[in-house]
Design a protein. Structure first.
Length: 226
């Protein structure tokens, strides 16, 4: 077992807990909305970017990690972003993908960056970013393959996308042509991959029950689908 994960389990072992109920947890050092969160392989929970709840839509670059009952700051994003997607890969790298940036939060981003927990550093993705500009997209991954589904292509939330972007873990490049788009344009959705490798686009703005599954497709030797 990884030393950091073991230490986390030991710290949490004495924490008060009520099974089947919500209890209060430690607040973030700064209020945030539009952030992404993920559990790292080191046992810490990472809260990435977002914007202040009462501070307008200006994106923030701050990143916090929760260990035990304490949030601590880690290295900031290279580019402040909110309404972005966050996902962790098998190598432990944490990805922040797309979203909104700029001084006032009105710039759609195609850029991506990766956090290296062992180095406490973010690096920008080499080469081109996403083939399109999206916010409130869904993200999931199977092995090292990252899928980005749907989202909005404009700030007025009136142009949901059908596009599917898939990142090749070998070349590091994104592709938008190898896999078919989702059947219906959607933003503010969720995504997941089941045990058979099928990718699901779940819900959308205005319809919390709509979901789609599709026929599996071979992607870099692993069975995946849209």
């Amino acid at each position: 077992m990884r030393p950091m994960l073991l230490a986390t389990m030991l710290m949490l072992a004495g924490a008060p807990e009520i099974l089947g109920a919500w209890i209060g947890g430690p607040p973030l050092p700064q209020q945030r909305s539009g952030l992404g969160a993920v559990l790292g392989q080191d046992g810490r929970i990472y809260a990435v970017g977002g914007h202040e709840v009462n501070g307008g839509a200006r994106p923030r670059d701050s990143v916090y990690a929760l260990l035990g009952n304490v949030w601590s700051a880690v290295t900031s994003l290279n580019e402040a972003r909110t309404s972005h997607a966050v996902v962790i890969c098998p190598d432990g790298g944490i990805w922040a993908i797309g979203g909104l940036g700029g001084p006032t939060g009105d710039t759609l981003l195609s850029s991506c960056e990766r956090y290296h927990p062992s180095l406490n550093a973010w690096t920008n993705q080499f080469g081109p970013g996403l083939p399109g500009l999206v916010l409130h997209a869904a993200v999931c991954r199977q092995d090292g393959v990252i899928w980005v589904l749907g989202g909005y292509r404009s700030l007025d939330f009136k142009t949901p996308s059908k596009e599917v972007f898939v990142r090749d873990p070998v070349t590091g490049l994104w592709d938008s042509t190898r896999n078919p788009p989702v059947l219906e344009a959607r933003g503010a959705l969720g995504a997941a991959i089941d045990w058979r490798g099928r990718v699901y686009a779940i819900g959308r703005n205005g319809d919390g029950g709509l979901s789609e599954g599709a026929i599996p497709t071979q992607v870099h030797g692993s069975t995946s689908s849209l």
